[in-house]
Design a binder for this molecule. Structure first.
Ligand SMILES: Cc1cc2nc3c(=O)[nH]c(=O)nc-3n(C[C@H](O)[C@H](O)[C@H](O)COP(=O)(O)OP(=O)(O)OC[C@H]3O[C@@H](n4cnc5c(N)ncnc54)[C@H](O)[C@@H]3O)c2cc1C
Length: 533
């Protein structure tokens, strides 16, 4: 089965990480597993076998257990066995391959479980003491056992505003252990064996500066549950990951990072999840494109397949362009992370560009995923609205990606903060200006680059401009990457099929973003594009 990403090879080549035959085989095998095994299971879970909280055992006890259907558990185990959450920590494969596995997972709920496990492993490896790692890492890395992690920061009074956290941590004076007390309001993967949890140590300042991250096992040192699950949430989608509310009651935890590092471990844990959010958004778009292509080839209206009607072909070309540009941007922080993930303090120029790329990718791809999933529902017509076809779940799942890990405004404000400090985005602007100055780009593409460069350099700044600037710079980056591919970078030159496809994507992207919804996309571009999907 081919990988669902026509330009991946070329993009990998321009970033200097060509796909080796072994990696290709691994990714293709995983994509096949997702299509043939995981997807049927997650649809069944969604419709008939959702996780539930059990309070009983046969001996009359009242243990809390999040129960997953057996097929669901088995599928999750297969996901973990790829090393999706542990591969980089084990030295099995690089971070970008882990993120690529996430992109291929397509079920947002299962990818969420893998993401929070990955972020837990990352936090322990980077910020745990040697003693803590020796105690817990071997168990967490047991792939066969599929140990899971979780990341709990949000409380009822605040998600974006983490400084409003009320959970407290008190040192016990024994083995670096703290006792945590408080309530966590959104706790995904709540049946996990380990979690990383935010809390404020006694005497630490109020606000974000006083917040620390703690590594928390589900079982206490002397046995027994280390937190109480109050209930599972009833959610619109992502039903394959249980999300609950958790009470921390003298919960044993271990601080990650030093007091000087303060909020950094928490922010870095969040950034890993944001990269996953962007990869997951691109994955949703590719799945949407795949089912839309299948449906419009099979379904006839007015005597011919839907795909052969010009306006439907334009809809499909737009969807393909959303998928491609989302994928390209999502891979930016995914590729960048390998070089910077161990940076401590996480303030090197490379790390700051990674951070900026993460906010850009999270902002834009989430919006694209929602737009693309909703467009696919319309492409399907009536069946798109029915639960027995694949699109309804895709839309419900996609709706969470703008919310998770902070909404668009949060990403914009965080990107603005890093921009004011060091302007890491200048590297992107310089590359874009070079690309724009080449004479052989289509007029529409050059105009697009010019307008985004002007918006990026607009002297009007500050909080009010934060979102429009990040949006402009993100789209500028998407177009720069397409333009470089259209010039033949990473492929066999300007006349290669990849370069031709990139050129069509670039022209359609310019029309889509600057021409408004009714703008006319030349049919020749559309035909070029669809013939290659
Ligand atoms: C299904 C699901 C699972 C989740 N799982 C987890 C989990 O496992 N762990 C966890 O910690 N959290 C989890 N969350 C919580 C999620 O990360 C938060 O919902 C998210 O961060 C937003 O926080 P909030 O809900 O408190 O909204 P708010 O912080 O109240 O934000 C509401 C809106 O205001 C905007 N906003 C916030 N600040 C500003 C500002 N300064 N200027 C302008 N606009 C602003 C936001 O962008 C957003 O659009 C989950 C959420 C969902 C829906």
């Amino acid at each position: 089965m081919p990988l669902p990403f026509p330009l991946l090879d070329a993009h990998l080549a321009i970033t200097g990480k060509p796909l080796s035959p072994e990696v290709r085989t691994r990714l293709e095998a995983y994509a096949k597993f997702v299509e043939t095994e995981l997807e049927p299971v997650t649809y069944e879970v969604d419709r008939r076998a959702r996780p539930y909280l059990s309070h009983h055992d046969t001996l009359g006890g009242d243990p809390e257990e999040v129960v997953l259907n057996a097929a669901h558990r088995a599928a999750l185990q297969k996901i973990y066995q790829t090393g999706i959450s542990t591969g980089p920590a084990e030295g099995r494969h690089p971070w970008w391959e882990t993120f690529a596995l996430g992109f291929l997972t397509t079920d947002v709920g299962c990818f969420c479980s893998a993401t929070v496990t990955m972020a837990t492993v990352f936090s322990l490896v980077k910020y745990g003491t040697e003693e803590l790692k020796a105690k817990f890492l071997p168990t967490l890395l047991e792939n066969g056992a599929a140990r899971q992690g979780a990341t709990w920061a949000t409380e009822a009074q605040g998600g974006s505003d983490l400084g409003s956290n009320r959970a407290r941590a008190k040192p016990t004076g024994e083995g670096g252990r703290f006792l945590l007390n408080g309530e966590k309001y959104f706790c995904s993967n709540v049946g996990a064996e380990f979690a990383v949890v935010t809390a404020r140590p006694e005497g630490a300042p109020e606000g974000p500066k006083g917040l620390r991250l703690f590594f928390v096992p589900a079982k206490r040192e002397k046995g027994g549950p280390n937190w109480k699950i109050r209930r599972l949430k009833e959610k619109l989608g992502t039903t394959s990951v249980p999300t609950g509310e958790v009470s921390l009651i003298d919960t044993e935890g271990y601080q990650l990072g030093t007091d000087q590092e303060g909020l950094y471990p928490t922010m870095e844990m969040l950034n890993v999840s944001r990269v996953c959010n962007a990869m997951g958004s691109a994955g949703v778009l590719y799945r949407a494109l795949q089912v839309a292509m299948e449906h419009t080839r099979a379904r006839e209206a007015f005597g011919r397949p839907l795909i052969d009607h010009p306006l439907m072909a334009v809809d499909l070309a737009r969807l393909a362009t959303e998928a491609e540009t989302a994928g390209l941007l999502a891979f930016e922080p995914a590729f960048a992370f390998d070089a910077v993930w161990k940076d401590r303090p996480a303030r090197t120029p490379g790390f700051l560009l990674f951070r900026y790329a993460t906010h850009a990718a999270k902002l834009v791809t989430a919006d694209q995923a929602v737009r693309g999933a909703c467009a696919t529902m319309e492409i399907f017509g009536g069946p798109g609205y029915l639960e027995e076809f694949p699109v309804a779940k895709l839309v419900r799942d996609a709706l969470v990606v703008p919310v998770w890990e902070g909404g668009a405004n949060r990403q914009s404000l965080d990107a603005w903060e890093v921009s004011v400090r060091a302007h890491p985005e200048n590297a992107w602007l310089e590359q874009a200006a070079k690309v724009r100055d080449r004479a052989d780009l289509p007029e529409g593409v050059q105009g697009f680059l010019e307008r985004r460069l002007q918006a990026a350099q607009d002297p009007v700044g500050g909080e009010l401009a934060a979102r429009s600037k990040l949006q402009a710079i993100s789209e500028l980056r998407q177009m720069t990457l397409l333009a470089r591919l259209a010039e033949g970078a990473g492929s066999g030159g300007r006349s290669s099929p990849e370069a031709q496809r990139a050129r069509a994507f670039a022209e359609i992207f310019a029309v889509m973003r600057d021409g408004g919804p009714g703008s006319i996309v030349p049919m020749v571009m559309v035909a070029n594009l669809l013939s290659a999907i």
